[in-house]
Write a new protein. Sequence first.
Length: 298
Amino acid sequence: MGILSRASYVIRSKVNTLLNRAEDPTESLDYSYEQMRDELQDVKQGIADLTTQKKRLEIQKRKLEENVEKHNRQAREAVQQDRDDLARKALEKKKSKMTQIEELEGQIAELNNTQEQLVEKKNKLQNRIEEFRTKKETMKARYEAAEASSRVSEAMTGVGDEMEDVSRSIERAEERTEEMEARSEAMDELEDSGAFEDALSDKDSIDRELESLSTNSEVDAELETLKGEMGKGGSSNGDASVSDEDVDDELADIEAEIDSDDLEADLDSDGSSGDANLDEELDVELEESESEADEPQN
């Protein structure tokens, strides 16, 4: 197969594929039906023309028959007048007209046969067109039902062209959403790791770590100084585990004792120096208890 033949074959194949895709069966059926009706109309027009021609020949035949009768009378009159020559001429014309009449009768008979054949074909074609019209409407109804069913099936399964676009849009939206969620999580992770601060600061990781250690050291030193000022020294783990409720209960007990001592002091009219010393010890003990209550909060 040569190049031109192959190219022609490929082009015809492509064109045929495009035509098949563009072809609508219902439109094709309607077009075929219209073509058959046009053909039937042409047959009817041909029958009408043939009948007209036959009528013209019949009219011409009647005129020739009238001429035959005329020439026959002329021949009789010429014989009565002993004019055989005129009678002969009239008979010759009669003979010529009769020959023409015979030819016209043959043509009329042929036209009549042709007319009958065309009428028969017209009737068959008309019946065929009616059958085709019924079948066409049935096929159109089946095709439209099948097309509607196919569209519903495609919509339910999501494999149609439009549903495919919708499905693709949903997929793109999901991909975009997942991308944004991943980006948000990445931003949170970078923010927690201090990457944003790295971008805005000139300090490196070692500087930040040393700064953190220095801050912790300063806090520890300040805490030890505060403990030294309060006379606590190094605190034990047990003290740190004292709850606020325990401290409150202890303070309440001390206040109750102080109130009881004050009441006894008021009742004691002597006001001895021993009682004054007891009050001072209670005040010191109360201050130490309040200091211990404040240490866990610090």
